[in-house]
Design a protein around this ligand. Structure first.
Ligand SMILES: Nc1nc2c(ncn2[C@@H]2O[C@H](COP(=O)(O)OP(=O)(O)OP(=O)(O)O)[C@@H](O)[C@H]2O)c(=O)[nH]1
Ligand SMILES: [Mg+2]
Length: 309
């Protein structure tokens, strides 16, 4: 299990404290659940699979409870070095967790990735809670089918609930299932912390979120983002970031006609960073080619995938 990052100060509360790994295939709503629980937009969310590429800790605290959620990439079969790094991140979160929150998306038929997810959860030593998400849009038959698929593999006595991750009150039954499974102990973080990740790392993920929304097909999946400089001056921040593409032909798509797409991306991502940082953020992008970076483990590590704890 993951231990406290440092000894807790004596005035921090003692109660139920533990790590919860969010396990599920891509696009099930893991990051959405985290944002809704924290009532803060720290995790990138998109309608496209494989939005999350690295681990993000989300800290949910009330008077006597601290739930440390580990949002990780969706489980999928690896095709290149980036996928391998993402699988490694999932494996590490499963080792660190006190509870595994297995999430299912009932709106798509259960397939190979669901079998992988169920296998990982079933072979874990820690308690598992099943959460069938998207109850607002799934039919009763779809909800029943997803729950039956997972319970058959996890064991019929696995605690299970159906939720809509877009609505905070709808998550209370889920919290009620998690709380009794948490170990007792002192808080690992102060009650007002929401993550241990630096603003500039959250910014990278939110810029990727905009790329996934605005660019079509494979292009955003082939991209990486690096913050080149971050200057806080007075009440504003000036941020320069490099957008890496894998091929020269993608550069033109990202730039757009006379740079129009790049300006649009800067504007959208700048607004999102301003909301994250709670001050105006002026954003400037540069586009560079990092040929086939997803296949090169060194490059994948350099871009921070696999490195963040
Ligand atoms: N209607 C509905 N949509 C949801 C719900 N939860 C998530 N979504 C949507 O599902 C899509 C995927 O959500 P994410 O939170 O990015 O999913 P994820 O599991 O983190 O995906 P990866 O990071 O790719 O593994 C987004 O379009 C969300 O808005 C829900 O309860 N109801
Ligand atoms: Mg995600």
């Amino acid at each position: 299990m993951t231990s406290s990052p440092m000894p807790s100060p004596p005035d921090w509360p003692t109660g139920q404290v533990g790590y919860v790994a969010l396990l599920g295939r891509p696009n099930t709503g893991k990051s959405t659940l985290l944002n809704t629980l924290l009532e803060l937009r720290i995790a990138a969310v998109s309608a496209k699979p494989q939005t999350t590429r690295r681990q993000l800790l989300g800290i949910y605290s009330d008077a006597n409870t601290q739930l440390l959620f580990l949002d990780v990439p969706g489980v999928h079969r690896p095709k290149h070095a980036l996928d391998e790094a993402m699988s490694h991140i999932i494996g590490r979160a499963l080792e660190d967790a006190d509870i595994i929150l297995c999430m299912a998306d009932p709106t798509r038929p259960q397939g190979d990735e669901d079998s992988l997810v169920a296998e990982l959860a079933a072979s874990a030593e820690q308690p598992v809670v099943l959460c069938v998400n998207k109850s607002d849009i799934a039919s009763a038959e779809e909800l029943d089918a997803a729950e039956a698929f997972y319970l058959e593999r996890l064991g019929s006595d696995t605690p299970a609930c159906r939720v809509c991750s877009l609505r905070r009150p709808a998550l209370e039954p889920l919290l009620a299932k998690l709380l009794p499974l948490l170990p007792a102990g002192p808080f690992f973080y102060s009650g007002d912390e929401v993550t241990d990740v630096f603003e500039r790392d959250l910014a990278v993920d939110l810029i990727r979120e905009v790329l996934l929304e605005e660019l079509r097909e494979e292009v955003p999946h082939t991209m990486a983002v690096e913050i080149d400089s971050w200057k806080d001056t007075g009440k504003r921040s000036r941020v320069e970031a490099v957008l890496y593409v894998e091929h020269d032909r993608h550069k033109g798509i990202v730039l757009g006609r006379k740079g129009s797409m790049l300006r649009h991306l800067q504007k959208r991502a700048g607004a999102r960073l301003s909301a994250l940082c709670d001050r105006p953020v002026e954003l400037r992008f540069w586009v560079k080619v990092a040929a086939d970076w997803r296949k090169r483990s060194r490059r994948v590590q350099d871009f921070g995938y696999g490195g963040r704890k």
